[in-house]
Design a protein around this ligand. Structure first.
Ligand SMILES: Cc1cc2nc3c(=O)[nH]c(=O)nc-3n(C[C@H](O)[C@H](O)[C@H](O)COP(=O)(O)OP(=O)(O)OC[C@H]3O[C@@H](n4cnc5c(N)ncnc54)[C@H](O)[C@@H]3O)c2cc1C
Length: 374
């Protein structure tokens, strides 16, 4: 029987929990990981795996930028099934208004050392010949990448285990107590620290957290190598992704290392149902076909949904839980949890190990906010 007393127990083995477990175990803590279902099987399996630098706010930029540097290092050791592909992103402007956003975004990135290139209408067609004619242009951000997140989660868990961590699976945590966590069978795993990394399910264990599930649809096609070369996102995505309370779809397509195309995406609150909604899927694909006219001729393999863990200010919760000093939160990453998983793990470990963080931690501390959140 393995020891059931640890320095830290990480609840949830999605990409965030996996990254936290790996970081803590590598730094010498004794770590247990409790996963109720499958490693990387939650939002991590449902997500797109776009590793991107974002500019919604300075805080979001700092976290995504820091994480991208960590991804760059990790990519050198990832196995082939992680499908790390440094394809870059092209943000697509349909009209003059969105072209103005291209220039704003370019200035923002340039001022902060991120390489980006403005594409005019002709250069956009050269970069992506299967886009419809007549688009205004785009912004190429060459440093962005994509990966296959569930395999990265497996890789990080395997590394954590190499560093001495123990994976309990299937092991559903039903209660967090001062001395650790309780599992479904009533047994206890003792631990000084509990890291809550259960994504959109975080409120099942701590009901007053400011987290709401935000559903998204995705669809994957058969293999069409080189039909799309970069991660392509319409700049209208920013408008719709920010429409906080209404349902929205936006064109977002990703070339996979397998030659398949991953097509997204939608955003909906208030849907607990995990089934695919045909009307939402149809809207999403119609939107995508407006950008890639050949799309309706492609064969689809599978469509699915997943839940993003959304916070009111679009920043994750990384650090000690208000009023529960033994609990550290690592959740609330909404649509950026793959991108920011590695930075989350570093910043969490910095707090637990009392190290100086590389970027200011304050914007992500759970204490900043919203204990009362409907
Ligand atoms: C449609 C869609 C597209 C997305 N695209 C992107 C993208 O392109 N780039 C990006 O960066 N992010 C993207 N995201 C967001 C990203 O997928 C998530 O932010 C990220 O996967 C969150 O990881 P996580 O480890 O926090 O949560 P999860 O992957 O959900 O992991 C939580 C784990 O906790 C386990 N668990 C839950 N409750 C318990 C319990 N009580 N006891 C034990 N275990 C428990 C679950 O089984 C699960 O394995 C997308 C999300 C969606 C839905």
């Amino acid at each position: 029987m393995p020891s059931r007393s640890f320095d830290a127990v990480v609840v949830g083995a999605g990409i965030v929990g996996a990254a936290c477990a790996e970081e803590l175990a590598r730094c010498g803590l004794s770590v247990a990981i409790c996963e109720s279902a499958i490693v990387g099987g939650g939002a991590t399996a449902a997500g797109m795996g776009h590793l991107t630098v974002m500019d919604d706010s300075e805080e979001q930029f700092a976290l995504t930028r820091y994480s991208q540097l960590l991804w760059r290092n990790l990519s050198n050791e990832l196995p082939p099934d992680a499908e790390f592909l440094p394809c870059g992103t092209v943000w697509i402007a349909a009209d003059a208004e969105e072209m103005a956003e291209v220039h704003r975004k370019y200035e923002f990135y340039a001022a902060r050392g991120v390489c980006a290139e403005v594409l005019d209408s002709r250069q956009l067609v050269e970069a992506e010949p299967n886009l419809r004619a007549g688009l205004a242009g785009g912004l190429l951000v060459a440093g962005d990448s994509v990966c296959y997140p569930p395999c990265v989660a497996h890789y990080l868990i395997a590394k954590a285990v190499q560093h001495g961590a123990l994976l309990f699976q299937p092991a559903r945590v039903t209660e967090i107590i001062v001395s650790g966590v309780r599992l479904t069978d009533g047994s206890l795993i003792e631990s000084k620290i509990v890291v809550l990394a259960t994504g959109a399910a975080a409120r099942e264990l701590i009901p007053d957290l400011p987290i709401r599930p935000r559903q998204g649809h995705l669809l994957i096609t058969d293999r069409y190598p080189a039909l799309v070369r970069h991660q392509l996102i319409e700049l209208g995505y920013l408008k719709s992704a920010h429409a906080v309370d209404s349902d929205s779809v936006a064109f977002n397509i990703q070339p996979r290392a397998t030659g398949q195309l991953l097509i997204g995406s939608s955003r909906q609150f208030a849907s607990d149902d995990i089934g695919v909604e045909p009307s939402m899927l149809t809207q999403m694909l119609q939107r995508a076909a407006e950008y890639i006219p050949r799309l309706p001729q492609l064969s689809a393999i599978r469509a699915w949904t997943g839940h993003r863990a959304a916070t009111p200010d679009k920043l994750p919760l990384i650090g000690p839980c208000v009023n529960r000093p033994n609990v550290y939160l690592a959740t609330g990453h909404e649509g950026l949890g793959i991108s920011t998983s590695l930075a989350t793990a570093r910043l969490l470990a910095d707090q637990i190990l009392d190290r100086k963080p590389e970027i200011p931690i304050k914007p992500y501390l759970p204490q900043r906010s919203f204990v009362h959140y409907a």
